[in-house]
Design a protein around this ligand. Structure first.
Ligand code: 5RP
Ligand code: CA
Ligand code: ZN
Length: 220
């Protein structure tokens, strides 16, 4: 089967996908989940088998409804310098915890935060006026332990990071406009996991592996 179709079938079922962006971008493979499907086991899967930062991407429309800034715009400190080597800018917004968590870092706490972000994002999609910054603040607090990422306003036309690739898959299957991403690292070297190793892992675990270029081609 076509890798994009396999990836979308998995997403539709709430299952993870391995997404390699581009050799001339980060050159990283993220484990990506539709955010609404994330449970404790999914968080454990990402921290054990991926090992990077667990983030939840929301669409630009959802970021607007929540009034979530880009972190680089919200902070006034001389260290702020959002100029990565691999792209024009990062997609980081606020790191949050759901208020019904304790420290926010446990598998249960992160799953709770993520699933509630997905639920809030779905509410915004269904009615953009129903859920605003006050509702967001009543449910979540920052700082927290799940990094919210904001998708580009023009989606894949504006940026082709894992942020937008994950959101494009969520949109394609009609899931909430929220996707969880976590970079796969090499346990031996600590480097980004090589694409061939990521693909082999995915095959071993029966997880679809898809290239960013294929997703852009199919979904842009
Ligand atoms: C947050 C990141 C990751 O690279 C993640 O994949 C999202 O970022 P991007 O959209 O830039 O790929 O930096 O851990
Ligand atoms: Ca990154
Ligand atoms: Zn990335």
């Amino acid at each position: 089967t076509d890798p994009v179709e396999r990836a979308l079938d998995a997403f539709r079922a709430g299952d993870p996908v391995c997404v390699h962006d581009f050799a001339d971008r980060e050159g990283e493979t993220d484990i990506v989940y539709p955010a609404g499907a994330v449970d404790e086991a999914a968080v454990a899967h990402m921290r054990n088998d991926a090992g990077g930062l667990i983030c939840v991407a929301v669409s630009d429309a959802v970021g607007d409804a929540f009034d979530l800034p880009f972190l680089a715009d919200a902070l006034d400190h001389p260290a702020v310098d959002d100029d990565p080597d691999y792209d024009d800018r990062s997609s980081f917004s606020l790191p949050v915890n759901h208020r019904e968590t304790f420290t926010g870092i446990t598998d249960a706490d992160r799953a709770k935060t993520i699933v509630e972000v997905a639920d809030a994002a779905a509410r915004v999609r269904d009615d953009p006026t129903a859920y605003g910054p006050e509702e967001f603040a009543a449910e979540f607090r920052a700082p927290g332990h799940v990094h919210v990422l904001r998708g580009d306003r023009d989606g894949l036309d504006g940026r082709t990071g894992h942020t937008e690739l994950g959101l494009a898959m969520a949109e394609a299957v009609g899931a909430a406009p929220a996707a969880v991403v976590c970079e796969m690292l090499d346990d031996e070297t600590g480097d980004a996991l090589a694409p061939a190793d990521a693909a082999a892992y995915a095959a071993r675990r029966d997880i679809p592996y898809v290239e960013g270029a294929a997703l852009v081609e199919a979904l842009k």
